[in-house]
Design a protein around this ligand. Structure first.
Ligand code: TIU
Length: 223
């Protein structure tokens, strides 16, 4: 395919060896009453990126691209949630407590679901991760290697927490990573901007950034 217009320079990839990675677009982070709000955050900033993510997801699927979803979600018995993580930040509702959307950040409860507008389809991959990064205790490395994946295009939340950690983990494992700048968001706009700048600094030290229009243009032209 023609390399994408991206920063700090064009991003070359093949659809067959690239996954669209959607990080933690869960009700717990995006809707009131979940984990994000329990930490004292204004969650309305995050829901604003859903339409842009939807457009990319549709175009990617229409072109036959593969999708990987992550969810930050723990086991019912919280055996995969260190006490340090549970207690951090003194939130009003801790991980595992019962909130308006069921138990906070526990797999199988409504808050851990991907928001309906971006719901996974058919055989798309969905992994639950106990940490901020998508490689920690998930077996993802082996799955990506077996599938011959070499490139990862990221969307999701939050930019400086789970998206950044996952991108850095992927970069260290040899994947070429691109972050779609209008399809990621933070509760703190200045942190998002810092991550975009940091990722593409020093000749793409962590990866590339691009506006989703760049990807949509390329997918619609079939080049
Ligand atoms: N608190 C915050 O910004 N993020 C998280 O706790 N998890 C993710 O980023 N998914």
């Amino acid at each position: 395919m023609t390399p994408l217009e991206a920063r700090p320079f064009p991003y070359a990839y093949d659809l067959a060896s690239t996954l669209l990675v959607i990080i933690d677009m869960q009700r717990d982070f995006i809707e009131p009453g979940g984990f994000g709000e329990s930490l004292g955050n204004d969650v309305s900033r995050l829901s604003a990126i859903v339409p842009a993510c939807q457009k990319v997801l549709k175009a990617w699927r229409d072109n036959g691209g593969q999708v990987l979803y992550t969810r930050e979600a723990h086991r019912e018995d919280l055996s995969d949630c260190p006490p340090a993580k549970r207690n951090r930040g003194n939130p009003s509702l801790r991980i595992g407590d019962v909130g308006p959307m069921g138990r906070i950040l526990v797999a199988g409860h409504p808050g851990s679901d991907i928001v309906p507008a971006l719901a996974p389809q058919g055989q798309e991959w969905v992994i639950d991760k106990p940490g901020k990064g998508m490689f920690y205790k998930t077996g993802l490395s082996e799955r990506l290697q077996a599938a011959g994946v070499s490139h990862l295009i990221f969307m999701g939340v939050t930019t400086e927490v789970c998206v950044q950690t996952s991108m850095r983990e992927a970069n260290d494992r040899g994947y070429d990573c691109l972050l779609l700048e209008d399809c990621t968001e933070s509760y703190f706009p200045e942190y998002k901007q810092a991550i975009l700048d940091m990722v593409r600094a020093q000749g793409a030290i962590v990866g590339w950034t691009a506006h989703s229009e760049s990807l949509l243009r390329q997918l619609s032209s079939g080049s």
